[in-house]
Design a protein around this ligand. Structure first.
Ligand code: 0X9
Ligand code: ZN
Length: 430
């Protein structure tokens, strides 16, 4: 796959340095307890997190960095950009591959952008949709998060009674707390779908009447809430479960049970890519697993993340491609097709770096679902704005991903149709 080379990042770093005046030394981010937080909890240990720019020019070098427990956030031809601990910094220095590091300090904190909805607003929006379009929509819960929030799933179908007999697709956002764009986009798509349906849009009516659509805007509600509740973004990634030694959070996208813990994730509960004590240890991943397994008509899944502008497909845990040639091809062909619309880079996830225990690998590995991960915009910003682009970016991100979103929905009846090379649009067929 082609990896877009970045040249903005140094500029961004320089700006951050100017803003902060120097490399800061202390990281204390404001924290508040959530209303849901259990009374008798362990006290959370402060973990200083640092941004790194690290030399690495191929997937093998990048995978070694992922194995250290560093969350790789962006890849260019010669460097990776990621987040890790003070210990990681020492390891990188010893290995002679650390180019730049700095701590994310109070001075650099970014105020929360009200254009992205928080959990209460998401809940309200979903409830409004379900009551306004009750003929074709139901709102239910996959289950509760660690702190007790409902993990909402909006179910849309023109034939709700018999929807389990229709081809189904599953969309999910918000695995990672700081990726608020990955929540807002599927939520707004749900709103757009229902509005277009009510306006009688021929294409959308055709799709909704013939499909069983499941949209989970946020799998990690505790995480997104924690990230925003102080009024300033916290750069939080994981959920909020309580691990050993006062460390909070498991990386939900390292906790799925297919080839769990086989690379690119960490046993250290302080790491941003902590895999959890065992596969599916987290209520959020358990809930998703149970839901997917209860809906055997699902054929395609799409997991929204940010950032880097990528269309990724399995495998993530190994360099080799999917052995079944037809399955390999269907992922490749569909990814390339979608990339023509969103102008993202398509490719196998492990061509970036190895990471195990992610949702996509589990969905394909365990259930042979056709599985994609989108890393939404921006392409190559760095230093926290990558995760926190202003909400004015949302309409353009929606516009470029709308065709891919519908394309996957359209192919849910038989993804292998994509190999037939037809490119003629009808509500159900490209
Ligand atoms: O690391 C992840 O979980 C995802 N990237 S993110 O920056 N949103 O955290 C994507 C994982 C893709 N899988 C592999 N590269 N193996
Ligand atoms: Zn992510």
């Amino acid at each position: 796959m082609s990896i877009k080379s970045g040249n903005l990042k140094i500029g961004v770093l320089a700006i951050l340095m100017q803003v902060t005046g120097a490399w800061a030394t202390v990281t204390t981010l404001p924290r508040q307890n959530s209303n849901f937080q259990r009374a008798s909890v362990a006290k959370e240990k402060e973990v200083t997190r640092l941004w790194f720019k690290i030399k690495a020019s191929n997937k093998f070098e990048r995978s070694k960095i992922a194995d250290l427990g560093i969350a790789i956030e962006h890849v260019t031809e010669d460097y990776v950009y990621g987040i890790g601990s003070e210990d990681d910094r020492k390891k990188l220095l010893r290995a002679g591959i650390l180019d730049v590091s700095f701590e994310f300090t109070d001075k650099m904190k970014i105020p929360v952008d009200s254009g992205y909805r928080n959990y209460a607003q998401i809940t309200e929006s979903l409830q409004n949709l379900a009551s306004k379009y009750s003929q074709i929509t139901t709102l239910s819960s996959l289950g509760k998060s660690f702190e007790g929030r409902e993990i909402w799933v909006l179910h849309v179908s023109g034939n709700l009674k018999d929807s389990d007999k229709m081809p189904a697709i599953f969309y999910v956002g918000g695995h990672h707390a700081r990726e608020h764009l990955s929540v807002e986009v599927p939520l707004r798509y749900a709103e757009k779908l229902l509005e277009l349906y009510s306006q009688g849009d021929e294409r959308i009516v055709g799709l909704i009447n013939s499909r069983d659509i499941h949209i989970v805007p946020v799998l990690n509600p505790d995480g997104i809430e924690y990230d925003v509740q102080s009024g300033y973004y916290q750069l939080w990634r994981k959920n909020r479960s309580h691990g050993k030694n006062g460390n909070f959070g498991t990386d939900l996208n390292r906790n799925y049970g297919y080839k769990w813990g086989t690379g690119g994730s960490s046993h250290d509960p302080s790491s941003d890519v902590y895999m959890g004590p065992q596969p599916f240890s987290e209520p959020e991943t358990q809930a998703l697993k149970a839901y997917i397994e209860a809906h055997t008509n699902i054929s395609i899944v799409l997991s929204f993340h940010t950032f880097s502008e990528l269309v990724l497909y399995p495998w993530g845990h190994q360099y080799g491609g999917i052995a079944d040639q037809k399955d390999f091809q269907v992922h490749e062909v569909m990814a390339k097709k979608m990339a023509q619309w969103n102008n993202y880079s398509p490719g196998q996830a492990s061509s970036l770096y190895i990471a195990s225990g992610d949702m996509m690998d589990w969905c394909y590995g365990e259930h042979k679902l056709i599985s994609f991960t989108f890393e939404l915009d921006p392409s190559n910003d760095w230093g926290s704005r990558g995760f926190y682009p202003g909400s004015d970016i949302v309409p353009s991100v929606m516009a470029k991903n709308w065709e891919p979103f519908l394309y996957l929905m359209s192919y849910a009846d038989n993804p292998y149709r994509a190999l037939e090379g037809k490119n003629i649009y009808s509500p159900m067929a490209y």
